[in-house]
Write a protein that binds this ligand. Sequence first.
Ligand code: ATP
Ligand code: MG
Length: 568
Amino acid sequence: MAEEVIKNLSENAEGDNTPSRHFIEQAIDKDLAEGVYDHVHTRFPPEPNGFLHIGHAKSILLNYGMAQEYGGKFNMRFDDTNPTKEKAEFMDSIIEDVKWLGADYEDRLFHASDYFDEMYEDAIKLIKKGKAYVSELSAEEMREYRGTLTEPGKEDPNRNRSVEENLKLFEDMKNGKFEDGSATLRAKIDMASPNINMRDPIIYRVAHMTHARTGDKWCIYPMYDFAHPIEDAIEGITHSLCTLEFEDHRPLYDWVKEECEYKNPPRQIEFAKLYLNNVVTGKRYIKRLVEDGIVDGWDDPRLVTIASLRRRGFTPESIKMFVDMCGISKANSTAEYAMLEYCIREDLKLKSKRMLAILDPVKLIIDNYPEGQTELLDIENNKEVPEMGSRKVPFGKELYIEREDFMEEPPKKYFRLFPGNEVRLMNAYFVTCTSFVKDETGKVTEIHCTYDPATKGGDSPDGRKVKGTIHWVSAKEAATCEVRLYENIIDEEKGVYNEDGSLNLNPNSIKVIKDAKLEPELANAAPYDKFQFVRNGFFSVDSKDSKPGAPVFNRIVSLKSSFVVPKK
Ligand code: ATP
Ligand code: MG
């Protein structure tokens, strides 16, 4: 079904069954046909300054997917040219996420910092060609000189220094003779260019900082726009796929690769970012939520970092399905979180066992059931997948049912338990409610019923029908576990951001149930095990807070969907 949806979504406009090829595939097809490249080599280049999120998953799966589709190679590369924000913790999490998504880079793990020597040599090459110069403008002056969209920029007073002087000064920069911010190396391109990125962009800056990998070897660091094409070229990347905000930087990307004279230079192609409506993805915001202790780390199950999604219980398959449904395009758009939920339901519904679990328990006592007796009822693991077999579930005189499955005074169309009404206990027996007990606060503490032994298995031999079916667990054998239910961390009514830029948080984004009553075999569930809890949704065992014999369950998603599969 899910594959069908995706296939339909990607079918081309003529309605025939050849799936349409997105614009990146078309560009690659053309390059291969024209002999621009004879193979495909892509990369994923994260900056290790935070955890990856669902948007990065799109980039990972696209880059990896293109390499796969064309029998090419895929590199994993840390873009670690900015030592201030980078942390080893982030590198570890990024590697884990990329592997988990199945993007196998084999032994091709690289670091942009491995190429600092080549970048430095390239800068010297540019200086020698008269294509770069040392500037001593302050950041503020630089801004003034840059001009605006309607006015050209002004030339740097040092734009026409001699090659020798530039070489000497650049070496001084490298040797620590300049303070941070007091000198830069600029590419000499065109101060009147309508594209501001081409107005003599800075390609090296002075920063006296210790780098995680190169230590104190360098006190000058290359700027992204200069470093990136060189990284790609050195690794032999053919198609450098990046997001739309780099479109205006492409002329600079091309300028660098040409002026540095790389053979078989890579080609940059931009695609639209993946945005989710009413969901926080910005690293800046997530960082603040983590630092303010509002969430339990970068992998809090309410976030959409890849680590959070994994901890919540999403599967790589569901994320891939989601990214595929979003499609690859040049136009920015936002996807609904409900679509991601749809994908995990689709993925799990035929893979996971359907278990009995009571989240808000109240006792149900069968007065005419033999005292002390336990029956083992055979229950199918998944009605839709007979191959998944069945299991034995204990049933006895005292059960737990969901509190909302009983009402003292039912409204019309309430078919579950109320005094005098008969319902089916799922896969077990018909029971008829006879009485109930309340405590002094008016809370129902016990419900009493009688059962009909002839209805074993959930059907009556006389053809008697009941309208309600409820689930249950045996009180004596039940496992008592913690279950966590989630809502969006953002208050959707108010939108993501307040006027002051802070987030509109939903105070009810997590609900912790300490004493859910689950069928006994769930006590042995291990981290990441996933189940459907009948009527309550899909759940996954939390990887951080579970202990052997005491799993904590995260609700991934409820069973109800608000998502409508789009038609072509
Ligand atoms: P920041 O969140 O600080 O702006 P970033 O998201 O750009 O950073 P990078 O580590 O530079 O983080 O991203 C690595 C790659 O992932 C880049 O090629 C980037 O274009 C891509 N990427 C980032 N966000 C998205 C997104 N929402 N959708 C698709 N691709 C994305
Ligand atoms: Mg970035």
